[in-house]
Design a protein around this ligand. Structure first.
Ligand code: S3P
Length: 455
């Protein structure tokens, strides 16, 4: 499925109000890490609320291939880990499908092992840059064979003993930070990661929970220095994965845009490194009530009551980008209905996601009548309140999703509020992160139909 051999086009029509209560599936970032750290730790890990999307399952299969025992009993995933430093050499290439987080973090985890491991993925993943993770691994003495431009397939072979390194992350990337820290787990001494711009901190929090010795210092400019002591023991944990704020973005924006809607979204992760979209939409005039805030498994969690709202364009500060990096497709769609212009800057990382999201979003918006401008690392959207004139029945308006789940979901949401329908060329990839999306949305009242014939 992950290669989307059979595209499943879909069309979204202007819908009557959306109403109901939904529970978003588990956070993808935390789910990947739960499988990885559970598979690595000594003893047993219990996971509830895991995202059972294709991406996360690929990470689970990779951990199994390296010795972890993973099984599902009722609603709980149970993992018997190998113990830190004790992964086994995989007998076959590890196929990560569409999953950038899975492959980059696992390359970090496995790189320093003194064995050979090969990593593959689908067409989208094979086009994405891996040098950002391979460069620090090379500094640790890891031999790398990679396709042109440091792309997949990649084969790694670690040294007998990998030296710990100090690494300043050159771009705002939680995946790169995490890969270096995970490599440090199998290196003697202290691995240091300097993070000039804070990104999601799930690796730091969860590794600490599993018993790793890790400390974080933040200086007056917000630069974080993370130190990890290698070759320590990790111990199995019990993890309840909160709902994914990045998946939440789609029903949330849909409820804001479809007139008369009121939707409650339960159990949403509210870690401040992930809530930039809620901040931005609130500034645009969105009525999002945060109810029942609580702490669950060391993370802030809350329910959201979302009411259809009139939105106004805003300038989104570039420094907010890391806390909403996966949410720009949803925000761009919201901006297409706002009064005035929304300016989004600091978007260079969008070019290397599952697709070049900046151009995929711009092209989809333009094809459906939205007035917008793409810059090198920016997007300006001038909205049409009420979606008047937006959407199209023309074949030329079909949105190309480029094997990117978030492009697919963003444009399905758009079509629920545009005057004319919005069609996407493929909805199959949505299963990588949010398999329940279509059913959940139609359950709320969304008019979404699968198109029988491929387009
Ligand atoms: C993730 C980090 C982000 C994000 C991705 C998940 C993670 O990627 O876009 O969906 O779990 O660490 P980058 O590190 O490339 O910004």
């Amino acid at each position: 499925m992950a290669n989307s051999a059979e595209p499943r086009p879909a069309v979204a029509h202007k819908s009557d109000r959306l109403e109901g209560t939904i529970r978003i599936p588990g956070d993808k970032s935390i789910s990947h890490r739960a499988f990885m750290f559970g598979g690595l730790a000594s003893g047993r890990t219990h996971i509830t609320g895991l995202l059972e999307g294709e991406d996360v399952l690929a990470t689970g299969r990779a951990m199994q291939a390296m010795g972890a025992r993973i099984e599902k009993q009722n609603d709980e995933w149970i993992i018997d880990g190998v113990g830190n430093g004790c992964l086994l050499e995989p007998e076959a290439p590890l196929d990560f499908g569409n999953a950038g987080t899975g492959v980059r973090l696992t390359m970090g985890l496995v790189g320093p092992y003194n064995f050979k491991a090969t990593f593959t993925g689908d067409a989208s993943l094979s086009a994405r840059p891996m040098g950002r993770v391979l460069d620090p691994l090379r500094q640790m003495g890891v031999q790398v064979e990679a396709a042109d431009g440091d792309r997949l397939p990649v084969t790694l072979f670690g040294p007998t003993i990998a030296p710990p390194i100090t690494y300043r992350v050159p771009m705002a990337s939680a995946q790169v930070k995490s890969a270096v820290l995970l490599a440090g787990l199998n290196a003697p001494g202290i691995t240091t990661v300097i993070e000039p711009v804070m990104t999601r901190d799930h690796t730091e929090k969860m590794l600490t929970g599993f018993g790793a010795r890790l400390d974080v210092e933040t200086d007056a400019d917000g630069v974080r220095t993370i130190r990890l002591e290698g070759q320590g023991q990790l111990q199995g944990q019990t993890i309840d994965v909160p709902g994914d704020p990045s998946s939440t973005a789609f029903p949330l924006v849909a409820a804001l845009l479809v007139p008369g809607s009121c939707v409650v979204i339960e159990n949403v992760l509210m870690n401040p490194t992930r809530t930039g979209l809620i901040t931005t939409l609130t500034e645009m005039g969105a009525e999002i009530e945060i109810i029942n805030p609580r702490v669950s498994g060391g993370e802030d969690v809350a329910d959201l009551r979302v009411t259809a709202s009139k939105l106004t364009g805003v300038i989104v500060p570039p420094e907010r980008a890391p806390s909403m990096i996966d949410e720009y497709p949803a925000l761009a769609v919201a901006a297409a209905f706002a009064d005035g212009e929304t300016v989004m800057e600091g978007l260079e990382e969008l070019r290397v996601k599952e697709s070049d999201r900046l151009s995929a979003v711009t092209n989809g918006l333009k094809a459906n009548g939205v007035d917008c401008t793409e810059g090198e690392a920016s997007l300006r959207v001038r909205g049409a309140p009420g979606g008047k004139g937006l959407g199209s029945d023309q074949a030329s308006a079909i949105v190309k999703t480029h094997l990117d789940h978030r492009i697919a979901m963003a444009f399905v949401v758009m079509g629920l509020a545009t005057e004319h329908p919005v069609t996407i060329d493929d909805s199959a990839m949505i299963a990588t992160s949010f398999p329940e999306f279509m059913d959940m949305m139609t359950g709320l009242g969304a008019d979404i139909r699968l198109v029988e014939e491929a387009i």
